[in-house]
Ligand binder design. Sequence first.
Ligand code: ADP
Ligand code: 5GP
Length: 227
Amino acid sequence: MLIISAPSGSGKSTLARRLIETDSQLDFSTSVTTRAPRRGDEEGKSYRFVSEEDFLAMRDRNELLEWARVFGNYYGTSKDVLDSARRRGHDLLLDIDVQGAASLMKRLPEAVTVFILPPSPGELEYRLRNRSSDSNEVIEHRLREAAQEVANYGDYNYVLINDQVDETAEQLRSILVSERCRRERRTGRPETVEQLRNIRIAERCKQERMAERIEPIVESFQAGTRI
Ligand code: ADP
Ligand code: 5GP
């Protein structure tokens, strides 16, 4: 299980889409949400859009692996999604918020977690506005929440700064390859040159190796500066 979290607008859907498109052994965990569809959202693909009543009924029937209230809407991962990936022998990619990730880290400690940061608060604002799919009020809300979200990066195994999207997509792919190699190392099969390259890239993205580069970005979020 590969979990990615990031402040809204950092580019995690873009990165998730790219990774899924290039990996036939990785399923995307389509969440259930009560938020209204956005331009470009496809029912059953980006999300399953349901009413609040239906969402709460699913939660009460214990059908959700995790759920959280984010920006005034409910979001959750249905247990079916994980069961179906397991049946197919596939890995599962989850794009979930920091609360949902924290609850899964406790329940499924083998999950690999990646936090994605935008290069600066100013760039995050630019991306949110440029996406032009949310109202000004929603964008302001998402920017305010970002400072709290980025403070959680230390709980994740890996941290990526999504500056150049091609580079970040390669780093994310390297993390997946590297973690699969780690899992399969027990079989004693030697790694290929390409796998070793991915392992080296992933190693550089480990949270503890990134701390020095991350701290100034986190501080600028906390200072509320939009540089
Ligand atoms: P999230 O899923 O984190 O809310 P999106 O993937 O929807 O974010 O990305 C927000 C906007 O930023 C989109 O318009 C996307 O095309 C753009 N974007 C994503 N990554 C980058 C990047 N590295 N540089 C510039 N723009 C980006
Ligand atoms: P958006 O409305 O921009 O698609 O997503 C808003 C936030 O909800 C993002 O941080 C996203 O990761 C999170 N999110 C999406 N699906 C889920 C889910 O199933 N569970 C949790 N906890 N968060 C989710």
